[in-house]
Design a protein around this ligand. Structure first.
Ligand code: G6P
Length: 369
């Protein structure tokens, strides 16, 4: 096993470092500088089919569900088709309205999660078209869907998902761009801007990994607290959910994510002197609003680590620590922003002496209900 870990102490930290490559591999041959089209071999939807689709469901569990939340945001923004995101175990028992005009996207790293597979079967039985996004070639989800997009993250061994998640995000962007080009809802200039910026993400992820000591330091100072909170707005909120899940899974800290605008409706009551709060503030158009939420928790004694985009100097003035992510489109920020959160979960778990790769009570893939 030591050899398989390639010199790293755990699979999780190895897989965190493999993200630049995983992102690059998932984009290769699908989007490139020399083409204005998204090339997807295993997706056969035509412009004609798409005209007939009035609703998209994205269905998944756990980390994949959080990737789906990003998917809703980007598909609605770029392709202008209504999207609903569902937890698979809820979807399958709530009699959702599905018909021949529905497109379902299931996301599953393993392709074997029982609830996700059952949701896929239900949708097919009702006449929906299905796209599967999965990391395992030939998995059940891959075999049963009529359209397929593999995430090329490579085998993920650690129970807590990291590189599979970022490739699922890339898959969401790719599908959004594909649908938007197919239905003509996005001008080619906008396509090029997003595509070019996506192609620079592996390099930017690499830059961010070089800042791991900053995160390690914060983890070393805060690993003893009983609670940790994550807050953000818009896409930042979806990443907050993933950050909280990560630290819960492997360090057993009580972690919760809040939509920053909901703070006043309850969560702020939980903030005490010294409570660590991770504030995600990558979204340019929501920055001032998030900053004012940050000030509210600081007034109540919170110790804040903010994640902001390079150039947002205002963040520094207000909080204890800021980790800057390289400048990118706010739409793509989740791909970079999650990296410090994964590192925070990792270093916190290590500090607390937890079994990082095999957390108690959790399985890599949940194949029974
Ligand atoms: C388990 C894993 C999670 C994963 C979830 C969904 O709970 O521990 O890391 O996100 O299942 O798995 P899937 O393989 O369907 O993405």
């Amino acid at each position: 096993q030591a050899a398989e870990k390639g010199g790293y102490e755990h699979f999780m930290i190895k897989e965190i470092h493999e993200q630049p490559k995983a992102i690059r591999d998932t984009m290769t041959s699908r989007i490139s500088k020399d083409s204005d089209e998204v090339k997807l071999d295993d997706i056969t939807l035509t412009a004609e089919d798409l005209k007939n689709i009035d609703k998209i469901f994205i269905v998944a569990c756990g980390t994949a569900y959080h990737a789906g939340m990003v998917g809703k945001y980007v598909i609605e923004k770029l392709a202008r088709i209504p999207v609903e995101v569902d937890i698979a175990s809820e979807f399958r028992y709530r009699k959702p309205i599905i018909n021949g005009k529905t497109l379902m996207i299931v996301i599953s790293q393993s392709g074997e999660t029982a609830d996700t597979l059952a949701a896929l079967r239900e949708a097919k039985a009702q006449g929906a078209r299905v796209i599967a996004v999965t990391n395992v070639v030939g998995s059940s989800v891959a075999r049963e869907a009529d359209n397929l997009l593999y995430t090329w993250a490579g085998p993920e061994i650690a129970v807590a998902s990291t590189k599979a998640y970022v490739t699922q995000l890339i898959a969401m962007y790719i599908i959004a761009l594909y649908l938007a080009r197919l239905n003509g809802s996005m001008p080619v200039e906008e396509y090029r801007t997003i595509r070019d910026e996506m192609l620079s993400l592996p390099e930017k992820a690499e830059e961010l990994l070089a800042k791991k000591e900053e995160v390690q330091k914060f983890a070393a100072q805060n690993f003893m607290h009983k609670d940790i909170f994550y807050l953000g707005r818009g896409l930042d909120y979806t990443v907050a959910l993933e950050g909280a899940l990560k630290i819960k899974e492997i360090s057993y800290l009580h972690a919760e994510a809040f939509a920053a605008g909901e703070l006043k409706h309850g969560p702020i009551a939980l903030i005490e002197q010294g409570t660590p709060v991770i504030a995600l503030a990558s979204q340019e158009d929501l920055f001032d609003k998030t900053l004012s939420n940050i000030k509210e928790v600081i007034t109540r004694g919170a110790k804040v680590l903010a994640i902001a985009m390079e150039g947002k100097k205002d963040a520094e003035k207000s909080v204890d620590e800021v980790i800057y992510i390289p400048k990118t489109l706010q739409l793509l920020a989740p791909v970079l922003e999650v990296i410090p959160l994964q590192l925070l979960a990792y270093y916190t778990a290590v500090q607390r002496g937890c079994d990082v790769d095999k957390p108690k009570n959790l399985a890599k893939s949940v194949t029974v209900e």
